[in-house]
Design a protein around this ligand. Structure first.
Ligand code: MG
Length: 252
């Protein structure tokens, strides 16, 4: 079931998203060579708690407040004191906050020091794919229009598109209907309506669509072993077009 949010609920969504986005911004600021992924998680955890909010991934069973995924890890990397960031790495951070009964969710991939040109292109392309998807999140369009926009944007560079994990509706629950795949056909799927809130989140690899889940039961890695990127915003479909609720992480 898809829940259309009232004006009051959208205000609550906005507040949860602002905390999620500021947590991500602070996590990104902490990225540098020599820092462990555990330290990044700590920064995010402390901030979310300081706002009177709860880390919603933890509420959903993940063993930390943030997912911190390095290089070929696509999503759901478990923060660790022994995982130290090195120059040339890329690190995907996914944060979410539950605040006053509503959820925010967002992610971005950050470079660690200088990175290879192909990895710079991967980051730029994945972020551009996210924005292509957001532009298609217009009332009257269908979910497939978002999916197709994301996929087309990534495929134009010959990159891989992860299919097993998808974007989603978001609200009182972290994951609500509808699913928002990063691949698909225009004009297919559920029709978008004002009041829908969606997490759009391309997961793009340098090569190949296939993923593997590691023995820890969480970490999703690109089967090719090539680097992967993940960018995500929570947005609302409104009468006046898409509105991004998690913009704060882009302010740096
Ligand atoms: Mg999400």
């Amino acid at each position: 079931m898809v829940f259309l949010k009232s004006k009051k609920e959208l205000e609550l969504m906005r507040a949860a998203c602002e905390i999620s986005a500021e947590a991500l911004r602070l996590g990104g600021e902490a990225v540098r060579p020599g820092v462990s992924t555990w330290e990044i998680d700590r920064v995010i955890h402390e901030f979310i708690k300081s706002q009177g909010a709860a880390p919603n991934f933890m509420e959903n069973g993940f063993p930390a407040s943030a997912c911190v995924s390095v290089n070929e890890e696509v999503i759901h990397g478990i923060p660790s004191k022994s995982k130290i960031l090195q120059p040339g790495d890329i690190v995907s951070i996914d944060t979410g906050a539950l605040y006053k009964g509503y959820n925010g969710d967002n992610a971005a991939t950050f470079p660690v020091g200088e990175i290879a040109p192909e990895h710079k292109t991967l980051l730029e392309t994945t972020k551009a794919a996210l924005y292509s998807g957001i532009e298609a999140a217009v009332a009257g369009n269908r979910v497939g229009d978002i999916s197709n926009a994301v996929e087309t944007s990534a495929r134009a560079r010959g990159f891989g598109v992860v299919r097993e994990f998808v974007g989603h509706g978001i609200g009182r629950e972290l994951h609500e209907e509808p699913e928002v795949p990063n691949y698909g056909s225009k004009g297919r799927g559920r029709r978008l309506a004002a009041g829908m809130t969606l997490a759009i989140e391309p997961m793009i690899t340098l090569s190949g669509d296939s993923i593997v889940i590691l023995d820890d039961g969480w970490t999703v890695v690109a089967e090719s072993g090539k680097y992967a990127a993940h960018f995500e915003h929570t947005i609302a479909v409104t009468e006046n077009g898409p509105e991004i609720y998690t913009l704060a992480w882009e302010r740096s």
